[in-house]
Design a protein around this ligand. Structure first.
Ligand code: MD3
Ligand code: FE
Length: 213
């Protein structure tokens, strides 16, 4: 019996090939995860990165783990140090790490050992346009995402950018595991609707755990 076992948990819904949504999987430990996010943010401040085209992202980002995802006008890559401080990224928090591993396990990905956690900070209006995540060195590993705070509309496309996107609501405590045939699909997030969440105020947090090396 593990820490996160409870009557809410164990609802494991297949979204499509290799993608599983675990509704409310992170709800009980949410406060501990939010405290870990605050610790990460105080060591490596969330910032609005530039994309290679020169635009500034509306989502603020930081990282935890031995590698962190960064973007600037030269491109996208993983780096061991925060370019803003020159220091290594802070460690992935123990509660969020065990949660990500338990989620991967329950979706059939045993021994998930992420080395990177990208932390996304959404204020009302922030969005993420359709993209694929393929900068990771190990594309056979899944990505695990944890959503906290205000709900978002996740846009889930196909294997071609032009494929019509499905809309999926991701709420506080939802965890999604994206692997197998779903690992390289186009996806994004619609502009965040304004609101007030009891745990986070006017904010949404999304953590994605990756095997970058
Ligand atoms: C499906 N983040 O950080 S999480 C990202 O809500 C990102 O902040 C979104 O897309 C967010 O790259 C969505 C869900 C997610 C993450 C990675 C995926 C879905 C994915 C990779 C492949 C397929
Ligand atoms: Fe993504």
């Amino acid at each position: 019996m593990d820490l996160f076992d409870g009557e809410d948990h164990g609802a494991r819904v297949a979204l499509s090939d290799g993608a599983w949504v675990l509704r409310g999987f992170a709800r009980d430990p949410a406060e501990a995860v939010l405290a870990e996010i605050a610790g990460i943010a105080s060591a490596a401040a969330p910032r609005h990165l530039l994309v290679p085209g020169g635009k500034r992202m509306s989502v603020a980002m930081t990282n935890a783990g031995s590698l962190g995802w960064v973007s600037d006008t030269r491109g996208y890559r993983y780096e061991a140090c925060d370019p803003q401080s020159g220091q290594p990224w802070p460690e992935i928090g123990p509660t969020m790490m065990s949660l990500a591993r338990a989620a991967a396990d329950s979706a059939g990905y045993a021994q998930f050992a992420p080395d990177a956690c990208l932390c996304n900070f959404y204020e009302p209006g922030a969005r993420m346009s359709l993209h694929r995540d393929f900068d990771e060195g190990d594309l056979s590993a899944p990505i695990v995402s944890i959503s906290l705070g205000l709900p978002a509309t996740f846009l889930w496309g196909g294997h071609a950018r032009a494929d019509r996107a499905r809309r999926i609501r991701l709420a506080h405590g939802d965890v999604v595991v994206w692997g197998g045939a779903s690992r390289l699909v186009y996806h994004g997030v619609a502009p965040l609707a304004d609101g007030e969440h009891p745990a986070t105020g006017r904010m949404r947090y999304n953590l994605t755990f990756r095997k970058a090396r």
